[in-house]
Ligand binder design. Structure first.
Ligand SMILES: C[S@@+](CC[C@H](N)C(=O)[O-])C[C@H]1O[C@@H](n2cnc3c(N)ncnc32)[C@H](O)[C@@H]1O
Length: 350
């Protein structure tokens, strides 16, 4: 690690270890989740220890479903709010690993480990917290292809070497595994002086990736089809910070990226997917992303990429999938997803 990266790590560690004592100390609305949650998720959050909840600095809700029995890794887990919710979602047969570089955050997370296991009725805690860098998950003890789902909440923007982070994510994920994460993105590349400002970086703004650079980076790493789940503008709140920032606009986004060899465009092979209604707490519909809602029992035409996301991941047992890639019908029309029975060009992607 070079000295510039070390100094950014130290600034960020100071910010989350010493300067901030709780969510109320934040100067902007960047690390302040506004994503709407299902009643079940709201209930699980309410059951997390109040001290853990008070040190939540996330910008979204990277809490995917269909996790029973999975190994989930939380990058930059902080005081562990999402880890504890995920502990419920994976159940006793699954496990959750949280990695963070700030000892003060991990101390809060670990202090309440036994409390949560007891409250959840787990004979043994199914979570563990590891001190380490998300750019070096090997150093944190994570082997190749050992994780089903990687989540992260408002952390990647803080990392000086984002390419290293995504490379490590793709190394530890099993084939068909998924990165499901929330982060702050910017509508432009920020001037270096703003990127170097410790408060702007600490508040998750200075290091925010320009959305197009993020798309390019993921494409170079072999992930050509990133799906948006939710997004919301980030309010700056502080007039001094607003004056520094100028016209740049920040957005908090929750995204899903599958470790699968997908195409860079949505292609039409006449494939059809039907949700079986079998994911716990989602009996009526499953939302893959912000434009794919699968109602239970209703066949939908899908592109080749969506077909593979559903059929070659942990979601496969919850779908009936019909078709293959033997016949190609051209580019898939990226409009709103349509029932297969209408026979019109349909489906949606990207
Ligand atoms: C904005 S807070 C989010 C914490 C947690 N995800 C939450 O939602 O409350 C960022 C966290 O990421 C950790 N972090 C930042 N950069 C990191 C890195 N390069 N490696 C490991 N942890 C990092 C910080 O220590 C801090 O706990």
């Amino acid at each position: 690690m070079n000295s510039a990266s070390q100094s950014i790590h130290q600034d960020v560690r100071d910010y989350y270890g010493r300067i901030l004592q709780g969510s109320q100390d934040l100067k902007t609305g960047a690390c302040c989740s506004v994503e709407s949650l299902s009643p079940r998720m709201r209930q699980l959050l309410a059951e997390v220890h109040p001290e853990v909840n008070a040190r939540f600095y996330g910008c979204g809700a990277p809490l995917p479903t269909a996790l029973e029995g999975c190994h989930v890794l939380d990058l930059g887990c902080g005081s562990g709010r999402d880890v504890y919710v995920l502990s419920r979602l994976v159940g006793e047969s699954g496990r959750v690993t949280g990695v963070d570089m700030t000892p003060e955050q991990l101390e809060v997370a670990r202090r309440h480990q036994a409390w949560h296991a007891e409250r959840y009725g787990h004979a043994q805690s199914n979570v563990r917290f590891v001190e380490g860098y998300i750019e070096d998950l090997e150093g944190a003890g994570l082997a190749d292809e050992s994780v089903d789902v990687v989540v992260s909440n408002c952390v990647v923007n803080l990392a000086p070497d984002k390419e290293a982070v995504f490379r490590e994510v793709l190394r530890v994920l099993k084939p068909g595994g998924e990165l499901y994460f929330s982060d702050v993105f910017c509508d432009r590349r920020l001037p270096q002086a703003l990127q170097d400002d410790p408060v702007l970086r600490g508040e998750c703004l200075g290091g925010a990736l320009y959305t197009e650079d993020f798309r390019r980076l993921l494409g170079q790493l072999g992930c050509a089809d990133v799906r948006g789940v939710a997004q919301a503008p980030v309010p700056l709140l502080d007039p001094e910070i607003e004056a520094k920032i100028g016209f740049a606009r920040f957005t908090s986004m929750t995204l899903r990226v599958f470790k699968l060899p997908l195409e860079d465009r949505c292609e039409d092979f006449g494939q059809v997917a039907t949700y079986l209604g079998t994911i716990p707490d989602q009996p009526h519909a499953f939302d893959l992303d912000d434009h794919h809602r699968f109602e239970t029992g209703r066949p939908l035409r899908v592109c080749g990429n969506t077909f593979d996301m559903l059929g070659k991941s942990r979601l496969a047992r919850h779908f009936r999938l019909e078709g293959d890639t033997s016949r190609h019908f051209g580019l898939f029309d990226c409009g709103p997803a349509q029932p297969a029975a209408t026979g019109t060009a349909a489906g949606a992607c990207c």
